[in-house]
Ligand binder design. Structure first.
Ligand code: HAM
Length: 433
């Protein structure tokens, strides 16, 4: 019978054989963030829709075209989060996190949802690691957050990564910029899509981020924000550049970076690689000094970034980076007869209590089939329990790599003796190189 359904377009199943890659990335991102003083935060997968329309911005592609929004049974409009910053800020405000010692730093691992056209590195359900720093207006905070992202990418072993930075200015300098941009795009209005015609009035900078090729073409050679930023924003950007250089963090200035979300001010940045195709941005972020006030909190500067986990993993795979391997079975206990099963279960339990991964037969297979299974799962050692072993209280542990057999007593010292076998195996593997 055919399957009654398949996974929705743009989603993925992450299978047991791939999970160790995800765990490697999740571990390194979290552990590195903690070295910089970040603590994990968890918040809901869905929020009231207005949180995103007000923060991400109602003229962005994300809000206008990509949100999974629905009315719940209580007739409320809710949305599966398209990104993490809005939810993290809402949670920090609602729970009074910003009233204590500053800066406040949080990180998260979250699934996000955007109704985009799926392609390599672009999904409808994808995963982000994000970090947000609340309460500092210093350009050294910008440098610190960029340094954290750099550090993570380095620890993951990624190569050929480029950091691009830009400044979006503050609301004061953006007025003049929007005027110049509107005048420029007005001339090309015939080439713009219907959504961008509306943006031309309300938020012309969003046209620079439109995915339609015609709008992209119309925006070529458009005025750039860096030519319009005020002295304060220019000074902030200058100090950031100098802080990055002092930390030996290489960057290029890319005036084309506008980011797809409306909340940014001053610094924006992206890390990208040419090794994963068109969806080359693996990390994006920046400052959002107006957002906390906009969401009803006491105005407070803030900044952060998010990395796409799928894109990190794709880069790591394409660049041949190391992933910590999935845990391999330490001991498979085969039973030559049913009477041995209870002893097998007992030994497995003792080993598991000591932190080993042990398995025994729960399929009612014959001895030959059990050994075949042990081979398939790559068990490091096997042990066969039959009438003789049960009667004598002794058995032989077999090193599956070398075929070497070691005597072992089936008593309360079993786990200790087995540890010694494992140490010998580790040593042999290290010597082998
Ligand atoms: P974003 O640039 O929209 O920023 O997303 C961050 C990262 O998520 C992207 O660089 C990309 O790696 C990944 N990503 C985005 N969309 C997809 C997709 N459809 N499929 C796969 N990966 C994707 C934000 O979300 C901001 N909240 C970042 C931020 C945090 N800014 C300040 N704090």
């Amino acid at each position: 019978m055919p399957l009654i359904t398949q996974r929705p377009k743009g989603t993925q199943d992450i299978l047991p054989c791939e999970v160790s890659m995800w765990q490697t990335v999740e571990h390194i991102t979290a552990e590195t963030a903690e070295r910089y003083g970040f603590k994990e935060i968890r918040f809901p997968v869905f929020e009231h829709t207005e949180l995103f329309t007000r923060s991400v911005g109602d003229t962005t592609d994300v809000v206008q075209k990509e949100m999974y929004t629905f009315t719940d049974k209580g007739n409320r409009s809710v949305t599966l989060r398209p990104e993490g910053t809005a939810g993290a800020v809402r949670a920090a405000l609602e729970n009074g996190l910003l009233g204590g010692a500053l800066p406040q730093r949080v990180y998260y691992h979250i699934p996000c949802f955007r109704y985009e056209k799926p392609q390599t590195g672009r999904f409808r359900q994808f995963h982000q690691f994000g970090a947000e720093l609340f309460g500092s207006e210093s350009p050294y905070a910008d440098a610190e957050i960029i340094a954290l992202a750099f550090n993570i990418l380095n620890r993951l072993g990624l190569k050929n990564i480029e950091l691009s930075i830009n400044s979006m200015g503050c609301p004061d300098c953006r007025g003049g910029y929007h005027k110049a941009l509107r005048a420029f795009l007005e001339e090309k209005r015939d080439a713009l899509c219907a959504t961008c015609l509306d943006r031309l009035e309300r938020n012309p900078a969003r046209i620079l981020d439109c995915k339609s090729p015609a709008c992209g073409k119309a925006a070529e050679n458009a005025p750039q924000i860096l030519d319009f930023i005020c002295n304060e924003c220019a000074e902030h950007f200058g100090k950031l550049k100098s802080a990055l250089s002092s930390m030996d963090l290489h960057y290029k200035i890319d005036p084309q970076i506008v980011r797809g979300l409306d909340y940014y001010s001053k610094t924006v940045f992206e890390f990208s690689t040419e090794d994963i195709g068109a969806q080359s941005v693996i990390c994006g972020g920046g400052r959002y000094d107006g957002l906390i006030g906009q969401l009803g909190g006491k105005p407070m500067p803030a900044l952060g970034f998010a990395m796409g986990i799928e894109r990190l993993i794709l880069t790591m795979k394409n660049q041949g980076c190391d992933f910590s391997p999935a845990k391999v079975c330490d001991l498979y206990i085969a039973s030559a007869e049913e009477a041995a099963l209870e002893k097998a279960a007992q030994i497995a339990r003792v080993l598991r209590d000591e932190g080993f991964y042990a398995e025994y037969d729960i399929m009612g297979r014959g001895l030959k089939a059990q050994m075949k299974y042990a081979d398939k799962i790559g068990a490091a050692f096997t042990l066969v329990l039959g009438g003789e072993e049960l009667a004598s209280g002794k058995a032989k542990v077999k090193n599956m790599k070398t075929g070497e057999l070691s005597d072992i007593a089936l008593d309360d010292k079993f786990a200790g003796c087995f540890s010694e076998c494992m140490v010998l195996l580790d040593r042999a593997c290290t010597e082998e190189g």
